[in-house]
Design a protein around this ligand. Structure first.
Ligand code: BV8
Length: 244
């Protein structure tokens, strides 16, 4: 028996972290303290209201580091799938997340791209240098590179900005034979178009989500990620070439 899947790309969204206690965007109706996410999560929003935008991210950065916010069985299942693929010669795996939380890496994922950036990192807008940052960020904070206040921003991709590592993502989509979309409403591009790229590369495309979306995947599995993702990962692992 030869494994039907030698190159797997997984895309995740806010829904995979919902059961870990992190609110999704649509569940909050995209609103945050009377601001639309699209208004605070934009360069224009940051330029006109840096204090409000810093508050928005400081609140999420603080919440992410609470002891009860932990990876759930869906995050762990994807780390297990990555491990099983890594044990087999010429098998490839890439996890692309739209999420800025760190739950995938805490679950053990390594072949991971944060295409919309990371909540626990900040960036100097002048030098481009990126720093780990777990505390609040304020308007007057100085960066270590320029040593002037005002250049630091969350290392997050806002609406209208280029997602990160697109060439790596595009190459993986061109080569994959299985594409999983997990916990995303498919509202935000270019991520929402990845399944079509995978499909045109001949991949089998599967949507695992709580609610149906408008997208046309080959297969749809609905339910809570912490239940449907481990079950689906078990199914894929059973189909892989046995370990030699
Ligand atoms: C860009 C970081 C140019 C900030 C975010 C067409 C082509 C290209 C661009 C566009 C286009 N049309 C419009 C655009 C512009 C724009 C866009 O898409 N706008 C939308 C509003 C229409 N896109 C951009 O600006 C992007 N940049 O296009 O640059 C370019 C073009 C092509 C190629 C290269 C460059 C940049 C977008 C990035 C914005 N930043 N995040 C932050 O986090 O604060 S987006 C942010 O919102 C998240 O990162 C995430 O991506 C998005 C929310 O989406 P989801 O993750 O899907 O979350 P949501 O709540 O919507 O859905 C959750 C789902 O989970 C639901 O379906 C629910 O049923 C399910 N669920 C809930 N609980 C569970 C569950 N499932 C399973 N189990 C559960 N328990």
């Amino acid at each position: 028996m030869t494994s039907p899947y030698r190159s797997i790309v997984v895309l995740t969204g806010a829904g995979i972290s919902a059961e870990s206690g992190i609110q999704t965007f649509r569940a909050s109706d995209g609103l945050w303290e009377n601001h639309r996410v699209e208004d605070v999560a934009t360069p224009e929003g940051f330029a006109s209201n840096p204090v409000i935008v810093h508050q928005f991210y400081n609140g999420r950065r603080h919440q992410l580091q609470q002891p009860h916010i932990r990876p759930n069985p869906a995050h762990s299942a994807l780390a297990r799938l990555e491990y099983e693929m890594s044990q087999r010669p010429d098998h490839k795996f890439l996890l692309v997340t739209q999420n800025i939380d760190n739950l995938h890496e805490r679950a053990g994922s390594r072949e991971l791209v944060h295409m919309h950036g990371e909540l626990l990192k900040i960036r100097c807008a002048e030098s481009g240098l990126i720093f780990e940052h777990r505390d609040n960020l304020q308007v007057g904070d100085e960066c270590r590179c320029c040593r002037v206040p005002g250049n630091l921003r969350p290392h997050v991709v806002w609406f209208g900005e280029m997602p990160l590592e697109m060439p790596r993502i595009t190459r993986a989509l061109d080569e994959c034979d299985l594409f999983l979309s997990i916990g995303t409403s498919g509202n935000v591009y270019p991520a929402a178009g990845f399944y079509e790229s995978a499909k045109s590369s001949g991949a089998h495309t599967v949507e695992l989500n709580l609610d149906p979306t408008h997208s046309h995947f080959d297969e749809h599995i609905y339910g809570q990620a912490s239940e449907i993702v481990p079950a689906f990962v078990d199914r894929v692992i059973r189909q892989l070439d046995p370990l030699t």
